[in-house]
Design a protein around this ligand. Structure first.
Ligand SMILES: [Zn+2]
Length: 81
């Protein structure tokens, strides 16, 4: 089992097994966030954000807003560079 030092819960826990967002952000999430915290976001709070802010995932601006919310939720500040 691969583990990750999670930026959200601060523990070394099981790495993400399921699907994450595509591209560089997905790789970063897998590297920095554990499976449990990811699922909290992806199946819970993330869905709420999309619904409440009425985000359209086809719209890059909306996708960016979701990513900003996600970084806040996962306490995953943007990496430099
Ligand atoms: Zn975690």
């Amino acid at each position: 089992m691969s583990t990750v030092n999670c930026c959200k819960c601060g523990e070394e826990k099981e790495a993400i097994k399921g699907v994450v967002y595509g591209g560089a952000i997905g790789e970063e999430i897998k590297r920095r966030c554990c499976d449990a915290c990811w699922l909290d976001w992806f199946n819970g709070f993330g869905v709420k954000v999309i619904n409440e802010m009425q985000l359209n995932m086809q719209d890059p601006k909306h996708t960016q807003m979701l990513m900003d919310q996600m970084r806040m939720y996962l306490t995953m500040p943007k990496e430099d560079g």
